[in-house]
Write a new protein. Sequence first.
Length: 473
Amino acid sequence: MRIRLNRKTLFLWIWCGLALYPATISFAQQSASGPNANAPATASTSTDDRLGPVEDRGGCGDILSSALQQDGDTSPCWADIRAVDRWNTMSLAKGPLVRSGPGFLPYSEEGSSAFNFAVGGVGGLLYQQNSNASAYAGAAAISGHIERPRWELMYEDGGALANFMNDGSNLVGLNRAALRANGNVNPRWLWQASATNAYGNDTLRLFAPLDYRTVGRSEAPVAETVAYGLHSGNLVDEQEDVQLGTAGSRRSRWNFAVAHTLRDYSDDGDKIQSIRGRANYIYATTQNVALGFLAGGASQDGSSPCTLGGAGLLALMKWGQNVSLNLSGNANGASSSCGKSVEFTGDASLYVRAGNHDDLYLTGNRDLSDGLVENLAFLDSAGGGLRHRFTRDSSVHFDAAAIYGADPKTNIAYNGEFEEAGITYPLGAGFLQETSYRHFQVSKIPGGDNRNVVTFSLWWSPRRNRQTSFARP
């Protein structure tokens, strides 16, 4: 089913009344990538602690995490480790798995280490306006997690080599990897560093497992998936970031971060880089509400240069264990190449857990385009979806997203839509299967595209010997 989205009405209800911008520290998200809720209690995890420990999310929603037998109880999800957003929105204050409470007090026991791998096959059919194509790929994924009382190191890598048949047979590859490390400098200072990289044929990303971002206690495909496959050649997509945070008190935290991103479409001769810096402060007014401010700047070069800097507000809220809302936004002074002298940037995410089986999310974002689409200085995006879990390892999901941007020099607009429906379930003996239908419709500079993709994925891992048959608690 294709969802028709009117960009004016779509973005109006998201932006209206919301002050938005990506929040680095997110108490309301309550991701599984945080302190162990079952760890021994300390003074920093008392009932008076307004920034209390995070609860178990109860399993990962992305196929690579599931294939590697990862869940919220034992190891970080693929979506948690990888910096899939243009700015890494991982909560610095919560870890991911550093054994520390809100005061960053390390626990004495040493954590566990784990190494997993999975192999699989992917087959897909592509139906588009001018021609049809198919792809048959062999895929593999590995993950490693080393945990110690004061630091941890995580690594994941997933790659595929495919026979892509479109006007002949073409051998293409795609590899995506992530490395993250974090730890305690001392009982009150926490550091985190990460590096992510994707290299390969851009068209193959149509068939590969999608990029995800964490929303509340679930995972959601990033809205920018609309732009997948716009380039016929190879690309390099990478990000590096460093963050440092400190607990000012039981209720407050400071965070400082810098990041670098690069998108290089080598066959198209298009290369865009961006650098960001940010500082933010947040104060928990109650156990369920935190307010704060942020300030920073960013600069993007390439075909759409833009430099901006400013300050804004953020608000993080939750209602019980089932609803969370994150809002943040900046008013920025901008260079003339950005299109306007004042530019607004922001981010919002809403998560709702309905009972024991269903997760609902909504997201909205406005930020530098980082070269996702040439000639755009800024990109607006919105997304929403629903996931129903039959058991921890089996689920069905529906997702939709849209992006919009305009060339500041010509005012020519770009917009795109993405929809996906998929089902994941275990077959036993270490096998996991996913079937999905994806629809991409874009109106880009200078033309458009309309693609429908059906994929079949089968993964096997020797560590998938624990097949759960219960619904998420």
